[in-house]
Each structure stands twice: as structure tokens, then as C-alpha cells.
Design a protein around this ligand. Structure first.
Ligand code: GLU
Length: 505
């Protein structure tokens, strides 16, 4: 076991868009594989055809690609242990189910869903709300353990619907060591006879999952906490199929919780509090409802991944900014916590802001080009971006200074009320005159002449700067006025002062 090559898998069901919890599971699998020079496999678990949603599989693949956490094997990525879609592996499972039946670890059950509902109803009336098909109740149900052998054969031959259930042993301890939670011990008396296979030829999740993990030589199963209750059943299946030596190690990841810590983070929390819970925008094929995505909201994939990595893991040092390579180097399952991780929308923005600020002005200029109409010189855009980035968390905010591209059409009311006085027009005309003589028209020179102007006229900053800003940008706040003036140039600066004075008169 120890010398096996590390192989992990991400095994989503294509039942809708991938929730960020799923992306985090994929991320941890990716990091674990990378840090052990192992393989990361994508397997599509689509045995429950009633829950199949068209487009979901492509969505999953595109999301992983956008995040940069691509599997090196699996559905959409090739490999030798395929097919990687369980519906295409349909013919493969029966053999193992038969093996379980032959070794008396599983049996046929013929109870219809109406009969099962009836049993549950009756039990409820007798104040036993959680009726289960198990070691106690199976004796009074219609199955190959209670019916005569000929009847069983005749029912199967004549095409009656059946399921195959695991024959849960009585009063045995199932134990396994979870890499995150430590020893997990469950008594089989608390486990039911889960369905493993149906007469339509499809295995259930449990059967398909275990058989595929075995056939795909998976060494570590890293998945969400919601699968922890299924793990003892999976351990038993490995035992009953004689695969114990090849059983993967298990690691169940903590839940991602709502921002207030009360319960699992859901799509509804995102809608209510205004943040996406999906990596990419998703249009529901049935209802046409649109759910927003991180990508469309202006998140950088590396910021998104960095944020997700910290939901349940920490490096044990104060460092918070990690790119994918750094995460790979720092990641280990030992530092994944047991308790739920609260999702923090503000911290998520903070990560994006850090990544935005760390980009070069040229890079940001290119990003900005996508948000403005018309052709602009790349160095002009880089300059605008460099001024705006201090105030931005998202690319679109780099474009919020329209005044870089055109003269203001409106002037901030509040600044007018507080700062625009009877003497202001003459003062601003004089300032414009001062600027005429500034050569070259650089921000340092503009600043020096501006300060000289204040001194010569015995004026304070507060009496002139806000009005200068108002005339040039129409705003009450913003980046350095001297840099703005330099960037739009002397002619435009003087022109905006003159037009502004006329319009505010
Ligand atoms: N198909 C399961 C899911 O949708 C996979 C669980 C597992 O990783 O075993 O999450």
C-alpha cells in the first residue's frame, strides 16, 4: 500500500452547478495529488439518472479549468482507467454485486416502493419514526432471505423489479482511521441494509463509488463531511469484496458554513447576502434562472482559489497570500480542521483586492481596456489603473474614474454646497493662469506651482483643492489631483477649469 502511487479523485454528480464547497473538495484533491506527485482523476457519478441535469458536466469541467485545478486524468481529460462517466461503466458493476450475493453479503429484495412506504407509515403510527430495512426488519420483508428459492428465481426470471441490498451483519464494529477526524467506530446494529443495485442494471452511489475507487486504484478518498456517514458502509464493501488491502485512506473535509456559522452555506445565503456560491455563472436549463458566478463578478481565479484553500485549512503561519504553487508546497491534510469553516464574504473581497493590487500597472491597464469604450494608449491606461487600484477590489472599479476619459458632465452637489463660494470662480481662473506657465506639465511641477499659488494668495488647501477636483473630475474624492492633471494634460486641465466655471456660475 505504502509504495502505491498516490491517486485521488473528485467525483461530483452532474445534478447542477458546482457549489464552492465542491470546488474546495476538488482543490484539496488537486493539492494533495500535486504535493505527492500523484494523479488527480475526475469521475462523473451519474448513476442517478433522475437527477441528471444537462450542461452540469461541462460546467464542472469548465469550472476546474477556470480555477486552474485541472485533473490530469478523467472525464474530459483522457486516461487509461476510463470510461470516467459511471453511466458508461454500467455493465461493469453486476459482476461485483453477484459476488456479494454469492458470498451471502447481499440479497435480492422485491418490496415495491408502495410496500416500503406502507411499512414506514405503520412504524410511524407505532411511534417508531425512523423505520429502516435492516437486520431486524428484513425478516418480515419480501426478499431472497425470506422467500422460497424457487419463487426468487421465478421472480427474477420473469423480470420482476428488484433491488440488491447489503446484508448488514449483526452487532459488529466497523472502524477506520480518518486522516482528519481520527478513529471512526460504528456498530453495524446502527446501519441499514442499503440498496446497492437495481434491476434496471444501475448500481447505487455506494456500490459504484467503491467499485470505481478500487478499479481506478484510488489511494485517498478526500471528500466532504456529508459523506462521512457512508464511509462505514464503504469499508464493509471493501471487506466483503476482498479488497481490504487496497482500501483507500479516507479524509472527510469540514463543512463550509454560513457567514453567521449557523448551518451549511447554501445558494439561498448567497442570494440573500449578495455573493456568489458558484464559480461560474449558471443558467438553470429548466427554469432559466441565472445564478451569479465568481468569474462574472470580477474575481481572479487565483484569489478565489486562495480564499477557498483557507476555508478549512491554514498554513500555521500568518501568511495569507498563496498562489497555487505555494499552496501545493504548503498543503497537508494534517492542517485541515475538523470543525466547520465560516464563509466570510468580506474576506473574499479582500483576497481579490490583494491580487488586484499585486498586478503590474501594465497588466491592470490591459484589464481596464476591456471596460472602456474607444481606443486608448496602453501607457495611458496603465497610468489610470495605477491611480485607481488603491481604491479597487474588482477590475470594473478601475474604470470608475470616467473623468480620465471625458470631461465631467455633472458636478458633485455636496462639494459645491460646501466649497464653491462667490470668490471661487476668480480664484480658479487665476489657478488656470498659473498652470499655463508650468513646463513640463508633470505632477511634481503641478504640485509645486499649486502650493506656490496657495502661498502667494494666502490660501489653505481646503479652499482650493476640492474645487480643483470638482472642476476636473466632477467628484468630491479620488486619486491625486496632480497626477490626474498630468495625465489629462495641460490643455485639457485648463479647458475643464474654464468650462466648469461657466457651468457652475
Ligand atoms: N458523487 C458524490 C458527490 O456528488 C461523491 C462523493 C464521494 O466523493 O465519494 O459528492
Amino acid at each position: 500500500m505504502e509504495d502505491r502511487k498516490v491517486r485521488v479523485r473528485f467525483a461530483p454528480s452532474p445534478t447542477g452547478p458546482l457549489h464552492i464547497g465542491g470546488v474546495r473538495t476538488a482543490l484539496y484533491n488537486y493539492l494533495f495529488a500535486q504535493s505527492h506527485n500523484g494523479d488527480f482523476v475526475l469521475r462523473i457519478e451519474d448513476t442517478d439518472q433522475t437527477r441528471f441535469v444537462p450542461g452540469a458536466e461541462d460546467y464542472i469541467i469548465n469550472s476546474l479549468k477556470w480555477c486552474g485545478i485541472q485533473p490530469n486524468e478523467g472525464q474530459g481529460f483522457g486516461g487509461e482507467k476510463g470510461p470516467y462517466r459511471q453511466s458508461e461503466r454500467k455493465g461493469l458493476y453486476k459482476e461485483y454485486v453477484d459476488r456479494l450475493i454469492d458470498s451471502d453479503h447481499a440479497y435480492y429484495a422485491f418490496d415495491t416502493s408502495e410496500e416500503l412506504d406502507q411499512m414506514r407509515e405503520n412504524a410511524k403510527k407505532m411511534k417508531m419514526p425512523n423505520w429502516q430495512y435492516n437486520g431486524v426488519t428484513r425478516g418480515s420483508m419480501k426478499n431472497s432471505l425470506t422467500l422460497p428459492a424457487e419463487e426468487v428465481k421465478q421472480r427474477i426470471d420473469s423480470g420482476d423489479d428488484y433491488t440488491v441490498r447489503i446484508k448488514m451483519p449483526r452487532n459488529e464494529e466497523v472502524r477506520f482511521h480518518d486522516e482528519i477526524r481520527g478513529w471512526v467506530i460504528v456498530n453495524t446494529n446502527n446501519m441499514d441494509d442499503k440498496v446497492l443495485f437495481k434491476s434496471d442494471g444501475m448500481p447505487t452511489y455506494h456500490m459504484a463509488n467503491v467499485v470505481d475507487d478500487y478499479l481506478m486504484e484510488i489511494t485517498h478518498v478526500i471528500r466532504g463531511e456529508e459523506w462521512l456517514p457512508s464511509a462505514p458502509l464503504h469499508v464493509l464493501l471493501y471487506r466483503f469484496l476482498g479488497w481490504e488491502a487496497a482500501m483507500p485512506k479516507f479524509a472527510h473535509l469540514p463543512l463550509i458554513l454560513k457567514p453567521d456559522g449557523n448551518g451549511k452555506l447554501s445558494k439561498r445565503d448567497g442570494d440573500r447576502l449578495g455573493f456568489p456560491v458558484f464559480p461560474l455563472e449558471w443558467t438553470d436549463p429548466a427554469t432559466k434562472d441565472i445564478s451569479s458566478g465568481y468569474r462574472e463578478n470580477g474575481y481572479f481565479p487565483d484569489a478565489f482559489i486562495n480564499m477557498l484553500a483557507f476555508l478549512g485549512w491554514n498554513p500555521g503561519t500568518p501568511q495569507e497570500i498563496f498562489d497555487l504553487d505555494q499552496l501545493t508546497a504548503a498543503f497537508s491534510l494534517d492542517r485541515v480542521g475538523k470543525s466547520g469553516a465560516k464563509f466570510d464574504p468580506e474576506k473574499t473581497k479582500w483576497f481579490n483586492q490583494q491580487y488586484l493590487r499585486s498586478k503590474s500597472d501594465d497588466e491592470l491597464g490591459k484589464i481596464l481596456a476591456g471596460f472602456v469604450e474607444g481606443e486608448f494608449d496602453p501607457s495611458f491606461l496603465a497610468n489610470v489603473a495605477s491611480m485607481m487600484k488603491e481604491r479597487a477590489s474588482f477590475p470594473i472599479e478601475l474604470a470608475s474614474g470616467e473623468y480620465f476619459f471625458q470631461a465631467p458632465k455633472e458636478y458633485d452637489e455636496k462639494t459645491q454646497r460646501k466649497k464653491w463660494k462667490a470668490e471661487t470662480p476668480d480664484r480658479m481662473k487665476a489657478l488656470a493662469q498659473t498652470f499655463e506657465g508650468v513646463e513640463p506639465f508633470s505632477s511634481d511641477n503641478i504640485e509645486a506651482s499649486f502650493k506656490q499659488f496657495l502661498e502667494d494668495n494666502e490660501l489653505g488647501m481646503g479652499a482650493v483643492l476640492p474645487n480643483f477636483r470638482l472642476l476636473l473630475t466632477g467628484k468630491g474624492v479620488g486619486p491625486s489631483m496632480f497626477r490626474i492633471a498630468e495625465l489629462i494634460g495641460k490643455e485639457e486641465t485648463i479647458k475643464r477649469i474654464a468650462t466648469g466655471i461657466d457651468r457652475l456660475a
